[in-house]
Write a protein that binds this ligand. Sequence first.
Ligand SMILES: CC(C)(COP(=O)(O)OP(=O)(O)OC[C@H]1O[C@@H](n2cnc3c(N)ncnc32)[C@H](O)[C@@H]1OP(=O)(O)O)[C@@H](O)C(=O)NCCC(=O)NCCS
Length: 210
Amino acid sequence: MNGDTNRPVPSREAPDAAAQAVTRGGPRVALADGAEGFRTVLRRARPADARAIAEIVRPYADKHILIGKDLITYFEDIQEFTVAEASGSQDRDRTGALIGCGALHVMWDDIAEVRTLAVRAEYRRRGVGQAVLTDLLDRARSLGLSRVFCLTFEVAFFSANGFREIEGTPVGTDTYYEMLRSHDDGIAEFLDLARVKPNTLGNTRMLLDL
Ligand SMILES: CC(C)(COP(=O)(O)OP(=O)(O)OC[C@H]1O[C@@H](n2cnc3c(N)ncnc32)[C@H](O)[C@@H]1OP(=O)(O)O)[C@@H](O)C(=O)NCCC(=O)NCCS
């Protein structure tokens, strides 16, 4: 999307290619699942989406898979988010409801973090997370970044998207000390600071070279 909603999504193979649709010149219709006509429309998030994003994240935060944030933080960070809306015949009752989200948080001149990537449980394994991630990576490329970091339990998902496991913090000492000045908890996790260790327990540190 990179600032507007009018670019077609580079979608993955759908199980039934006939059911897949890409709208050109309109919102991005990302994918379809089987012949049921399930589709997802991706767009940049708006302030009015903040509460729905918080609701998507909440079950994962309750299980300590994602970090739950205060509503104010979602409003402040809303411009980092891409959201996925339900669309298509199977989801007529839910058309327009948010079913997935993800954010790209710039950390330095060459690196950003994919964070808060989440899909509602009943919509998982239908390509929604993949579509949101692809959009965030497109955005990272368009910003001139060369690396994308993530901290996750979903190692297979991110590996399938080219991420590799890393140890430590992939920045030089000077940058490390500059980053220490940040008040953002995600940056603290990236720097592996003791105060956020409980948040990151069991997570894998992963990096993608764009
Ligand atoms: C990670 C997450 C966003 C993936 O979303 P999704 O919509 O279920 O994923 P997709 O359907 O787009 O997956 C695309 C492909 O990735 C792979 N994949 C996805 N989840 C996987 C898993 N748990 N294990 C192995 N492979 C997985 C598969 O190859 C899948 O294709 P396939 O189902 O056709 O084989 C979702 O599982 C989620 O919300 N997890 C909880 C939050 C989280 O951990 N976020 C990441 C840290 S920010």
